[in-house]
Write a protein that binds this ligand. Structure first.
Ligand SMILES: [Zn+2]
Length: 216
């Protein structure tokens, strides 16, 4: 009787071990909170929390180039001296972390960094006027640096008095030490790890706070 019981326990332990190996893959759940930009109302709508299995993610929820997704589970929190913690996709996290740490050690003025922030602000518009595409921040593959001193402008094919500030604070290179410049160390060192600066993007907008692989 005792040996049967022992065998039974051993089999049970074996099964539990097997189950614990299999469950992490099966139970991989994705969580994120999002909203959509409504082009008619010109405001954010449909604030919602999403929870789904990784295997159910659609192609809009994953960035093709990096494999980073909108899931919170794909993000790594980065804590640096005198900065509020921010999150970024795990593929980019090591290089972004070491570059910003180096810049801070060089006494470069980095006072605020924003990384992962989900929102549907681009791409196709649905029948209700809601944007359906995710921004690069949604995948944790974009960074905003010192936004209060490096605004996002429109009507700004080249920078001048005609540019209209949409978000953040005014960009005043040479006057405001927190405003980024093309030849400054922050822009140069972030470009070295493969990021493009939104201050150099082509077209109507200039996003002086923004860095990403595509610049957008
Ligand atoms: Zn940005």
């Amino acid at each position: 009787m005792a040996t049967y019981f022992k065998k039974y326990i051993l089999v049970l332990i074996g099964l539990l071990g097997l189950l614990s190996m299999v469950t992490p893959a099966l139970a991989q759940t994705c969580h994120y909170s999002t909203w959509s930009w409504n082009v008619n109302l010109k405001k954010a709508v449909l604030y919602r929390a999403v929870r789904k299995d990784y295997q159910d993610l659609n192609e809009l929820e994953i960035d093709k180039q990096t494999g980073c997704s909108v899931c919170r589970e794909d993000q790594v929190e980065i804590k640096l001296p005198n900065l509020k913690p921010f999150s970024i996709c795990r593929q980019l996290a090591p290089s972004v972390r070491s570059t910003l740490l180096e810049l801070i050690k060089q006494n470069q003025a980095v006072t605020e960094v924003i990384g992962y922030r989900v929102g549907q602000t681009r791409g196709k518009v649905d029948e209700h006027g809601n944007r359906t595409g995710f921004s690069n921040h949604s995948f944790g593959i974009a960074l905003d640096i010192n936004p209060q001193h490096n605004g996002l402008y429109t009507e700004c094919f080249s920078f001048g008095a005609q540019c209209r500030l949409l978000r953040g604070g005014h960009w005043r290179p040479g006057k405001d030490p927190l405003s980024l410049t093309l030849n400054g160390q922050i822009v140069r060192q972030l470009k070295r790890i493969g990021l493009k600066w939104g201050g150099e993007i082509k077209g109507r907008q200039k996003d002086f706070m923004h860095f990403s692989i595509t610049g957008y």
